[in-house]
Design a protein around this ligand. Sequence first.
Ligand code: HEC
Length: 208
Amino acid sequence: MRPMTAKWLQIVLVGGAATLLAAWIAVAATSAAVPAPEALWKSIKTLKQQHAIMPGSRPFQAGSRVADVYTVDLSNGPASRIIGPKGKITSVTRYPAGSLLVKENYDRARKLTSVAAMLKIDGYDRDDRNWLMASYSPAGKVLSYGKVSTCIACHRMVSKADFVFAPPPLQMLPVSVWKAFFPTQAISPTYRKLLASHPEAVIGGARP
Ligand code: HEC
């Protein structure tokens, strides 16, 4: 009886080890695609050094709030290649995995106030188009990272464009929407003027 028991024990141990290995491979494969916040910040800094302005945007274009009176949008290769030929952000309906979009926020004095980013990762968040959302201080301190519900709730308004907004004055949100998300933040006077002069560009609410 003794050798038989040993045989069974061997089968169980080998089988168990194989199962553990398979589970480990599965976990490693998914987590490998999700960068650490510091690694994403590095990619953002590289785009900035390369002056990789997102096609369809302009450096120091109008932003919406006093915290982002001016914005600079950056994009990496996969994102730029899908927007570039179309020339318009609103014409893109799906971004490929690996797409990285960045919005640098500057105040009235053109001082950097914060940096927001979205990175498309295959299978990361199937309910919300697989975007990892992140925000950083000007020095790279992580302010939010992951499936950030506030970012997603607003960006979902442009689900036709795969959660990517076109910059003002092409697309704008009513003051009431900004206030709902950021009650303490003041709206940029330039944005208010653009809202008044481009009522057709306002989305996410009946009136500016
Ligand atoms: C209240 C709505 C709202 C919220 C909340 C919001 N965004 Fe945005 N975001 C916008 C709009 C509108 C634009 C277009 C540029 C502009 O209006 O300044 C934009 C632009 C961007 C861009 C440039 C790409 C694009 O879509 O144009 C990135 C990247 C971005 N946001 C990331 C984030 C992240 C990360 C968060 C959360 C930390 C966030 N956003 C929260 C409305 C929002």
